[in-house]
Design a protein around this ligand. Structure first.
Ligand SMILES: O=C(O)CCC(=O)C(=O)O
Ligand SMILES: [Fe+2]
Length: 180
């Protein structure tokens, strides 16, 4: 714990949709998280994931007393793509839950600001092997965590998101072979 990082805790409140048609609209558009691991604490449903290789959304059911853990893009990079960051979004809660306000408490862990994001090939033969097998992907971002997060946050702005499938506009790790 020697330096600052972009780690943050966030408390998110989504009021129930005002009109019925809004029930399909995402409250948080499709994206991958930027950091290492995210820990989500939800009481109501509404979180959906699209796992790699799938083209449909699935609800993630909150389990009382448990957190939902997302792998973020920095961890995907560190691991040479062995761990994948998942695309997810938040829609109004399903069924009768739609009547209620949805609260979510999230803790995002992120690497220290000055660290340069790259695959940890010198720390793990498994990661070195994985990187070798993906010559078309760039795991050497040349970017510090601080610069990387600044760019990702800028790209996440609502103006860049014209629909639920425009998650690519936020430049997550999976929409293109290069991650930089
Ligand atoms: O509210 C949730 O369940 C997820 C929120 C989320 O994905 C985020 O803030 O990055
Ligand atoms: Fe997220």
């Amino acid at each position: 714990m020697e330096e600052h990082s972009g780690s943050e805790a966030r408390c998110i409140r989504n009021p129930p949709p005002q009109v019925k048609e809004a029930a399909e609209n995402p409250a948080i558009g499709a994206h991958t998280d930027f950091g290492s691991l995210s820990f989500l604490h939800n009481r109501l449903g509404g979180l959906q994931v699209m796992p790699p290789g799938h083209d449909e959304w699935s609800f993630v059911r909150p389990i009382p007393g448990h957190a939902i853990c997302n792998v973020g893009d920095a961890l995907a990079l560190f691991s040479g793509g062995i761990l994948q960051s998942n695309i997810h979004r938040v829609v109004p809660p399903p069924g009768a839950q739609v009547e209620y306000e949805r609260w979510s408490l999230v803790f995002f862990t992120r690497p220290g600001n000055s660290g340069v994001l790259h695959a940890l090939v010198d720390s793990s033969p498994l990661i070195a092997e994985a990187v070798k097998k993906q010559p078309d992907r760039n795991f050497e971002t040349g970017s510090t965590a601080a610069a990387w997060f600044a760019r990702r946050i800028k790209n996440q702005r609502i103006n860049n998101r014209t629909g639920p499938e425009t998650w690519a506009a936020s430049r997550g790790t999976e929409h293109t072979p290069t991650v930089v």
